[in-house]
Design a protein around this ligand. Sequence first.
Ligand SMILES: *Cc1c(COP(=O)(O)O)cnc(C)c1O
Length: 416
Amino acid sequence: MFNINNKIEDDKKIFNILKKEKKRQENQINLIASENYASKAILSAQGSIFTNKYAEGNINNRYYAGCKYIDEIEHLAISRAKKLFKVKYVNVQPHSGSQANFAAYFAVLKNGDKILGMKLSHGGHLTHGSSVNFSGRMYNFIYYETNKNGKIDYLQLEKLAIKHKPKMIVGGFSSYSRVCNWKKIRKIADKINAYFLVDISHIAGLIISGLYSNPIPHAHIITSTTHKTLSGPRGGIIMSNYNDEKLFKKIDSAVFPGTQGGPLMHAILAKAISFKEALSNNFKNYQIQIIKNINAMIKIFKKENFEIVFKKTSNHLFLLDLRKYYTTGIEIENCLSNANIIVNKNGIPNDTTNFLITSGIRIGSPAITRRGFKEKESTKISHWIIKIIKNKNNKNIINTIKRKVKILCKKYPIYK
Ligand SMILES: *Cc1c(COP(=O)(O)O)cnc(C)c1O
């Protein structure tokens, strides 16, 4: 149909790497909380001829001719997202979650403005004010933290808000595992006349399935990725249900021409497909199983007296504090990887090591759930992880578990 004669297979070097990566994904258990497996339809959308088109601008208002079908696709993506998230305004052009945050800040703030965000080591994200990120360099960030009970310290948040009068409060996280009281934070934002932005990158899938507290009614601006619990293509999205046309216009022009050039139309095509997938009943059942699986896992770690960083989980992930076992995030990440179990090292509140070492690992259930694992398999994996942590120098134990992991993975192919 597309008369494409050259295929990936013709580039032998590349094709070999691709085959090895496919095998890796199939043979390894993926517990990275931010990863998922996109459907075949999404994969082919991203490899489609929509990759060829420049479409700077917005629907019916482009810098290039030939955008008739591009407009149809972007319109579909936006209207499906509006239905899915129940919002008035959507921009599907951000290339990634970071780009979505970049554009959202750029839309309403000036260089040097104050922002109050969650501290990285307490669950926040790099784009929420880390000094190595544009956000920490361009804006004047102040940070709220979690308390001893593992919850956001709302008293501290309010005190900081009143003392510093930031122009924006940022909610949302990458490794926090508890519920957020969005209403409470919005009230604080209103007291100081600040914007309330919530970055739902991790929890978008859970929110639209009604399984996690929904910030959309409380936030002025919502940003998200489309590839985490949502399981779409890698990409970003900005939304709002706040009745302010002027704000929507500012966001649109902050995305383009403010911070990006041409949109990735093949990714927008794939986003449109993923929004339809997420509107199905199957998707809700999938999200319910994500929660069941993470609870099956945390139960085993609690039984074995492991330190859970935020005490419990109300979403798809939890963070383990490894200090009790005289080890580090990097060491356990490596040991587990040797057994084909993939996690990421993660800083924890008041971590005394640096970000390359860390004192914790993050465990998430979206990817294993997607390939069909249920509570039984989740429980089994948890026992394997604990055995490896307790026997981190025993190569025989690690190799035995690796063989078991491969057998389990064979039973649950990702792409049938
Ligand atoms: C993953 C994530 C991002 C960044 O997404 P990218 O697509 O990797 O740029 C932003 N914010 C939060 C809270 C995230 O978890």
